[in-house]
Write a protein that binds this ligand. Structure first.
Ligand code: MRU
Length: 348
């Protein structure tokens, strides 16, 4: 049983504080949308699908507290809540996808008594959370077929249960392969500077008994050259219409290395991560985070005071470096522009 990082109990949203893992398992409670927004911004909760789920619950909590007599006033207040949540992190499109879905649910109920709309918004947040886990399981079923028995799989960042409504995207594919009886071992890049690989991926796989070996980011090339990596699987924060993938900083370097060594490079992501409105990766907004994440490790300073620092949190991997994109509707390869568009036609 993999962890679910977000829960709803008796009017309160509970989230495990991912900043403290693996040393402390602390669950924080949220009862208003402003603190949920802050939790997303400060990465108590992180990972594209989990951000979407948290935002949906944030909208539900915010809606509950709206005092409005008319639908117009209610909807105007709802939009303001969504704007606050939307301003937290720019790259993961699941955030905007979830906010749009919540607004659409409210619009669908125009004319319904406001208390019923509030209840329906909470139900919608529950549905988004439950669907996300189900989607990951179906992605796992499609992706597991690509992973050979005995494979040594490299992953970057954390695209696991912690990053989703449960089970994980990239780690969901690995979990599914293991459930199918395959002997899989995982190499986890530590993922500087926020260390999602060492703190989160190593933690959740180790806890679930899936063999995992932690490496520093700069070790992947050497291990590929020595023949110790059979394939790479990562998640995504946003996939453009042409298949370019924004994911955690360092993903691009891994993809280039994989190409050089002839190693398959897979991306696992739900349809909610695919943004057909963005033609290619150059148009994906890339979040720049606080430079403290680079200059410090916890309270310890790692760099001279006053030194210039860059901290882009994501990079873009061009689709030509990607062997296949695994979704809940199947695996897309080759012509991503046509293949991704087709997935949405099948949904409609
Ligand atoms: O900055 P983060 O930790 O939110 O970044 C997370 C990632 O880049 C993940 O790989 C991505 O969101 C996919 S999660 C299933």
């Amino acid at each position: 049983m993999s962890i679910k990082p977000i829960e709803y109990r008796h009017g309160v949203v509970r989230m495990i504080d991912q900043r403290l893992l693996p040393t402390e398992e602390l669950w924080l409670e949220y009862s208003d949308y402003q603190t949920v927004a802050e939790a997303i911004r400060t990465m108590v909760v992180r990972g594209a699908p989990a951000i979407g789920v948290a935002a949906a619950y944030g909208v539900a909590l915010g809606a509950r507290d709206i005092e409005a007599e008319t639908f117009e006033d209610f909807y105007a207040a709802l939009e303001e809540i969504c704007d606050v949540l939307a301003a937290t992190r720019p790259t993961a499109v699941n955030l905007f996808w979830a906010l749009e879905r919540m607004k659409a649910k409210a619009r669908e109920l125009t004319g319904t008594p406001i208390p019923e709309i509030k209840a329906a918004l909470l139900d919608e947040a529950h549905t988004i959370a439950a669907q996300d886990e189900a989607i990951n399981r179906s992605m796992g079923r499609h992706g597991a077929e690509l992973i050979a028995d005995g494979a040594r799989v490299l992953t970057h960042c954390n695209a696991g249960a912690l990053a989703t409504g449960g089970y994980g995207t990239a780690l969901g594919v690995i979990r599914a392969a293991v459930e199918n009886g395959k002997q899989i071992s995982v190499l986890a890049d530590e993922t500087r500077p926020f260390l999602q690989g060492s703190r989160l991926t190593a933690w959740e796989l180790h806890k679930d008994g899936i063999p995992v070996t932690l490496i520093c980011d700069n070790m992947a090339g050497a291990l590929m050259r020595q023949g110790e990596i059979d394939c790479v699987i990562v998640g995504a924060d946003r996939i453009a219409a042409n298949g370019d993938v924004a994911n955690k900083i360092g993903t691009y370097s891994v993809a280039v290395l994989a190409k050089e060594h002839g190693i398959p490079f897979y991306v696992a992501a739900p349809l909610s991560t695919i943004d057909l409105d963005i033609p290619d990766g150059d148009h994906i907004p890339i979040e720049e985070r606080d430079t403290n994440e680079v200059t410090h490790c916890g309270q310890s300073r790692l760099a001279p005071e006053g030194v210039k620092v860059r901290n882009p949190a994501f990079d873009v991997t061009p689709s030509r470096l990607i062997t296949a994109i695994i979704t809940e509707r199947g695996v897309v390869r080759g012509n991503y522009l046509a293949g991704l568009a087709l997935l949405f036609k099948e949904t409609a």
